[in-house]
Design a protein around this ligand. Structure first.
Ligand SMILES: Cc1ncc(COP(=O)(O)O)c(C=O)c1O
Length: 369
């Protein structure tokens, strides 16, 4: 008996997601004690102490199912964002919201437009439903919105705009987004992924939620990045109430766990933690840019908490050598960039260690080549 004949053909093109290596695994495999992970764009200063406190208190009620409607979290988000609770959907990370969009809207034969390179979950969700992914490569590494708009056909169901984009750290301005949305036929969904929204300081950077009035625009945000709650898996989408109601039809009843909901409410209120996270990132970004420049490595200026840079050697080799020295980064070959590395901005000490190890690894590879 083989299950091969039973499988949905649509999913054969999906390659399982390769996550950044967990610290524990690297420690075990390489016998290292001091390992730092700068591979998944997590917050290096950790979660807000208030979030930890709220999560701890919620632990005692773990025998109860969570609130399937995320009432308190939606109320807090609605107040913060100036929207109605029914315009919000909360997911098990915004990864889940991306999947809900696909499950509710994508069918075989539909086309879904994404940039190249960009975040991999859009491809996964598209393939999962048997829809066709249309990747649009621009001149540079960021989104080429004119080319993406030109890729629309009568079969286009949705467009994912990753703003700022992962893995490039680049952004599109408000004026660019306005012009883009105006060009896209009204029957095409537009998903604006703003997972790194809180990091962006540029005054021309748009708040995707401002486009909510255009009923087919959904903006995604997360508690995994600046709020430091990646381990709890809480993300959300904001859009027109009708669009959100359709997403709710395919959502599992208890998709967001009780502890994550409590932590997210507390994290949202802790402005001091957000301010500190921003400051650590701002200083860390400057430190890493200085270091990369000193090493003569070309980088893409980033508005986020990570940065993409080019190396003279295959990214997987640099990654493997750095890991042996206890520093985990993200080789960008998974994004189709075989000579690039994406590194998350860490604390001052982590950044220093990253730069030292990178310099040593590049020197070693130069010697052996
Ligand atoms: C652009 C982008 N969107 C979404 C996510 C996933 O966020 P979450 O942890 O909320 O699922 C990430 C995580 O790296 C991301 O980079």
């Amino acid at each position: 008996m083989t299950v091969e004949n039973l499988i949905r053909r649509e999913i054969l093109g999906i390659t399982p997601y390769v996550p950044g290596k967990p610290i524990e695994e690297v420690q075990r495999e390489l016998g290292l004690t001091e390992v730092i992970k700068l591979a998944s764009n997590e917050n290096p200063i950790g979660p807000s102490p208030r979030a930890i406190q709220a999560a701890t208190a919620a632990l005692a009620e773990t025998h109860l199912y969570p609130d399937g409607n995320c009432y308190l979290l939606k109320a807090a988000l609605a107040a913060e964002l100036g929207v109605k609770p029914e315009e919000i959907i909360v997911g098990n990370g915004c990864d889940e919201v991306i999947k809900l969009v696909a499950e509710a809207f994508f069918r075989p034969g539909d086309e879904v437009i994404v940039a190249d390179p960009t975040f991999g979950e859009y491809a996964y969700a598209t393939q999962l439903m048997g829809a066709r992914l249309v990747k649009v490569k621009g001149e540079g590494l960021g989104h080429d919105l004119a080319k993406m708009a030109a890729a629309v056909t009568p079969r286009t169901k949705a467009i994912f705009l990753c703003n700022p984009n992962n893995p490039t750290g680049t952004m599109n301005t408000r004026a660019e987004m306005e012009a883009f949305i105006a060009r896209i036929p009204p029957e095409v969904l537009i998903i604006i992924d703003q997972a790194y929204y809180e990091y962006v300081a540029d005054p021309d950077y748009p708040n995707g939620i401002e486009f909510k009035g255009d009923g087919r625009v959904l903006t995604l945000r997360t508690f995994s990045k600046i709020y430091g709650l990646a381990g709890f898996r809480v993300g959300y989408g904001v859009g027109d109430a009708e669009l959100i109601a359709f997403l709710n039809r395919v959502r599992e009843p208890f998709n967001v766990n009780r502890i994550g909901q409590a932590a997210a409410v507390a994290a949202l209120a802790d402005r001091e933690h957000v301010a500190r996270s921003l400051e650590v990132n701002r200083r860390g970004m400057a430190q890493i840019v200085r270091g990369l420049t000193a090493l003569g490595l070309a980088y893409t200026p980033s508005v986020t908490n990570f940065i993409l840079f080019a190396t003279p050697y295959p990214a997987v080799r640099v990654f493997a050598e750095m890991m042996k020295k206890g520093v985990i980064v993200r080789p960008a070959n998974i994004f189709g960039l075989p000579q690039h590395i994406r590194v998350t901005i860490g604390t001052e000490e982590q950044n220093e260690r990253f730069l030292d190890v990178l310099a040593a690894v590049l020197a070693g590879l130069k010697e052996s080549s």
